[in-house]
Write a protein that binds this ligand. Structure first.
Ligand code: PLP
Length: 374
């Protein structure tokens, strides 16, 4: 199988599997117990937190482990605005795990403002800043789009937001951006940043929320007071160990420029066969969103899978909803959004495999009757 659906999830690195296995087999003790084995389990968590913090450019005490990025995003919306009055600003490019919590607040009477996207898929920066005012309590901007791979300039936007709305909290959903843009979390300057381990070669079921030092966030899950009282629940030691191992491995094998060059090559190939790559400006390099005329992405996805190629389509995480909110916000007609496939690369994607997959997809599109793919 040629796997090009890495934005949805990645295969765990062997080193991550080994780390998880060891933690389950030998280090299974309660990391909050005071006896020696528990203390050792706790030390593993501390070491993992340090490894991840070093890699992402944060302090260990700024990282709180959660079960996934969906939880991290929901936490920010449930608690980040809780004690502050004021409006909320998000972008039209948000993943459902930000968009839906924001809509829930809106349905409860909050003033939720949505900044439009450009045709390229970035947030329209001027329009976003016009929505931000002194009453803004929370701004949430996706770092790298899960649909197109386009990167928003979070550092520049955060600085501009702070001058307009000094008391606002700034959050970024960094699931597709962590370790893939060359930017450290401190450099971005945000208050909160969400990330997910299974996009980086670790198992599912572990994520994190970065909370900048000095910023208060009420706990989302109350209970035994783990994670410095911020996120109760016995820590997932196997997955935390695997997360750190994956981050370590990713750092060794990943080459952002090489991945971006492969994306560019793929986009050119599709372009020369009657398709169109979206979001080519300021793209992080890991995601290629390709419009394939006349062919429904879902059908192409299944045919490609039968021929040994796994790809994504728009809104891969959101199941059965028709159309695609984000691609529509970029100006595509609904019928066009339904013909967009997503090829997402990872640190270990091989060039030959990716090009072979592209060839298979074009051939399948032709056989499925596209009049424009040639
Ligand atoms: N945010 C973005 C941008 C994503 O791409 C995803 C998953 O694809 C999520 C959030 C949700 O991540 P998780 O599966 O860890 O909840």
């Amino acid at each position: 199988m040629i796997y090009l659906d890495n934005a949805a999830t990645t295969r765990a690195f062997d080193s991550a599997v080994t780390a998880a296995n060891e933690a389950m087999r030998d280090g299974y003790f309660n990391p909050n117990a005071t006896y020696e084995s528990g203390v050792k389990a706790r030390e593993k968590i501390d070491a993992a937190r340090k490894t991840i913090a070093n890699a992402v450019g944060a302090m260990p005490d700024e990282l709180v482990f959660t079960s996934c990025a969906t939880e991290s995003n929901n936490w920010v919306f449930a608690c980040g605005k809780k004690y502050k009055k004021g409006n909320i600003v998000i972008t039209a490019g948000e993943h459902a795990s930000v968009y839906e919590p924001a809509m829930r607040l809106k349905s409860r009477g909050d003033d939720v403002r949505i900044a439009p996207l450009t045709e390229n898929g970035n947030v329209d920066e001027n329009a976003l800043l016009r929505l931000v005012d002194e009453e803004t309590a929370l701004v949430s901007m996706i770092h790298v789009s899960n649909e197109t791979g386009v990167e928003n300039d979070i550092k520049r936007l955060t600085e501009a937001i702070r001058t307009r709305a000094p008391r606002a909290c700034v959050h970024s959903d960094g699931v597709q951006g962590l370790l893939k843009t060359g930017r450290s979390l401190h450099d971005l300057g945000v208050d909160f940043y969400s990330a997910s381990a299974h996009k980086l070669g670790a198992p599912k079921g572990i994520g994190l929320l970065y909370i900048r030092r000095g910023v208060n966030l009420a706990p989302f899950l109350a209970g035994g007071g783990q994670e410095r009282g911020l996120r109760s629940g016995t820590q997932n030691t196997p997955n935390i160990a695997a997360f750190a191992a994956a981050v370590d491995e990713f750092g060794k094998v990943n080459d952002c420029a090489q991945v971006a060059a492969l994306r560019a090559e793929l986009c050119e190939y599709f372009g020369s066969h009657g398709c169109k790559a979206l979001g080519n400006t300021s793209n992080s390099g890991y995601i290629a969103c390709i419009y394939v005329p006349d062919v429904k992405a879902e059908i192409l996805q299944n045919v490609a899978h039968d021929r040994g190629v796994a790809i994504g389509k728009g809104a891969a995480c959101s199941g059965s909803k028709r159309g695609n909110r984000v691609l529509s916000a970029m100006g595509l007609k609904q019928i066009e959004t339904e013909c967009c496939i997503r090829l997402s690369l990872f640190a270990d994607t091989k060039r030959d495999d990716a090009l072979e997959a592209a060839h298979i997809i074009i051939d399948a599109a032709r056989r499925l009757g596209s009049k424009h793919v040639g």
